[in-house]
Design a protein around this ligand. Sequence first.
Ligand SMILES: [Cu+2]
Length: 68
Amino acid sequence: MSHTETYTVTGMTCGHCAASVREEISEIAGVEGVEVVVDSGAVTVTSGAPLERSAVDAAVAEAGYALV
Ligand SMILES: [Cu+2]
């Protein structure tokens, strides 16, 4: 049973930003898919179990952006 959660990330301006965020979040254990919409900052993450918000927050920060 997969879980899907949508987060909002600030500071992304282009496809490279989106790729960085996608890459970092993909490294979190259990993540199955990441969809990023640059314009709205919406990041939708599908995972096998609910993720800790702190893990997502850390991954986004690692990419150089911030969760709202
Ligand atoms: Cu960019």
